[in-house]
Design a protein around this ligand. Sequence first.
Ligand SMILES: [Mn+2]
Length: 276
Amino acid sequence: MTTYAIGDIQGCYYAFQALLERIQFNQKKDQLWLVGDLINRGSGSLEVLRWCYQHQNSLSVVLGNHDLHALVVAEGIVSAHKGDTLDALLAAHDCDILLHWLRHQPLAYQSEKFLMVHAGFLPQWNANQAIAYAKEVEAALQSSNYLHFLTHMYGNVPIAWHEDLTGIDRLRMITNAMTRLRICTAQGEMEFKFKGELADIPKGYMPWFDVPNRATQSNNVIFGHWSALGLQQRKHVFALDTGCLWGGKLTAMNVHTLAIVQVDSHPLDKPVKLKK
Ligand SMILES: [Mn+2]
């Protein structure tokens, strides 16, 4: 049995299938860890989500910001954004089943040797706390009152963690960190506008994983979300979003050997531009 962690797929179904072929994925033996953002922006969101649903016994998934966005759009809470490619998914006969499955996926995952999250963890959170906080959001997402959470999920505040945060502010804070975080201050104050490369990080900020004395610094953390960061394999830090959607590559990491396998982006994964 081999376990592979795979970076942001974002509806790039052809690249995903090529990667599975390259690693000779065997659904009877192998396991896949997907870092989230399974869907949106690429042309194959429906196909990727159907594949994941059909192979759910071989998968561990964490939710990304685009996955949550699909849930919010499907409920009519916000309109689709320019560049979203969710129409086929939202019109599909099995949309409800697929999105129900998606809504029941976790925000963070812990194995014996790794933590996995879509974006990042705040510096104050140790592994046990991070998993517990993720479960608070998962409980809200899976409750009968999940529309309340989805309705109030968006927003950039609060920017910093306090253990005494309660209610929707607390859930939004946890969700923002785990699905949107790239950079923060040494105190863990988050910034959401920056999406660029390491060299261009604004003064006073740093990658969340470089905050000194981060409580998860001795844990192996696998994450995605930051395509401009590119592949990173540092001590305990494994960034796997290699921008397949943007003409980069789709990356798999064998979690036993840390070996990397990549495939090029596929032209058919680019969304078809509709004429005006
Ligand atoms: Mn993302």
